[in-house]
Design a binder for this molecule. Structure first.
Ligand code: APR
Length: 275
């Protein structure tokens, strides 16, 4: 571990810090889930006829719910077969050490933090969670587990049975994925946006792992932490806007490498009890 990072962690841990960890698709890359904007990424590959920015929208769902479901179910399949990795597990250890001084804000809908053991209370899934659904009519059933459905082949039509399982048992409307679409807005009720901002406003340390900074709320979190004087660490093999923020921070460190190579080490040094 480079000296600059070691000194930053030593100084931070001596103050019983409140720590916010912000994760993106990069933390799940080593679990085999393609990132969104990497060379094999979801948004780069797209599906048969559309690009994701058209597909992952309320507008597309309203006009062709079956097509949207086919696309999502095919992608959920990749999440279901992936396992949490060393980086996900390191954050579970960090939460066990810090307790209520720990907050995890994730953009990932793959559920790997939850499956690794990160708590629901301290994990804010600001883009939702692919393992859950809501009524598209908002009839009041709240957030429910995704009904168990076999992953369709990307070009297979959905069977009538699958379509039936994707209907709201209360009002008969379509169920929709519990995820934030490109033409929707962050809120507290579904995505805990206010809770994420509140945690950032009080953070002593922000650790950013595996995100390209392409979305609004994560960038707000980064700039808020910079403004209020938190120490900032960015873990990412590539340059990105959060590395720029870490570079501008009074106490900042850019860790140019992968989540699994670096996060366990960072957590280990944060968990050392102050003398
Ligand atoms: N460890 C850490 N970071 C990694 C790794 C790794 N092993 N592999 C790739 N990365 C980095 C990439 O360098 C990139 O900066 O992870 C980042 C992934 O960026 P994106 O693919 O843009 O994913 P993300 O930032 O999470 O996208 C944010 O955009 O499309 C929406 O809703 C979608 O939640 C997603 C959001």
């Amino acid at each position: 571990m480079h000296l600059e990072l070691l000194h930053l962690l030593e100084r931070v841990r001596s103050r019983n810090p409140r720590v916010v960890v912000l994760t993106g698709a990069g933390i799940s890359a080593e679990s085999g889930i393609p990132t969104f904007r990497g060379s094999d990424g979801y948004w780069v590959v797209g599906s048969r006829n559309y690009m994701p920015e058209e597909m992952a929208t309320r507008r597309m769902f309203a006009s062709d719910p079956e097509e949207v479901w086919r696309w999502y179910l095919y992608r959920f399949g990749a999440c279901r077969h992936a396992e949490p990795n060393l980086a996900h597990r390191a954050l579970v250890d960090l939460e066990a050490t810090l307790g209520d001084r720990f907050t995890l804000v994730t953009q990932n809908i793959d559920g790997l933090h939850r499956r690794a053991g990160s708590s629901v209370e301290r994990t804010h899934c600001i883009h939702g969670d692919a393992a859950y659904v809501r009524c598209a009519n908002d009839c009041g059933i709240g957030v429910q587990p995704l009904p168990s459905i076999n992953t369709p082949k990307i070009d297979a039509e959905l069977s009538p049975e699958t379509c039936e399982r994707l209907k709201c048992h209360n009002c008969g409307a379509w169920l929709r994925p519990h995820v934030l679409w490109f033409d929707e807005y962050y809120d507290e009720e579904n995505y805990r946006a206010d809770s994420a901002i509140r945690a950032a406003a009080r953070a002593d340390l922000l650790i950013v792992v595996g995100t390209s900074g392409a979305t609004n709320l994560p960038m707000q979190i980064g700039t808020l932490c910079l403004r209020q004087g938190a120490a900032i660490i960015d873990v990412n093999p590539e340059a990105n806007p959060f590395a720029v923020i870490a570079d501008r921070a009074e106490r900042g460190c850019i860790v140019r490498g992968s989540a699994c190579e670096n996060l366990p080490e960072i957590v280990k040094h944060l968990a050392i009890k102050p003398e």
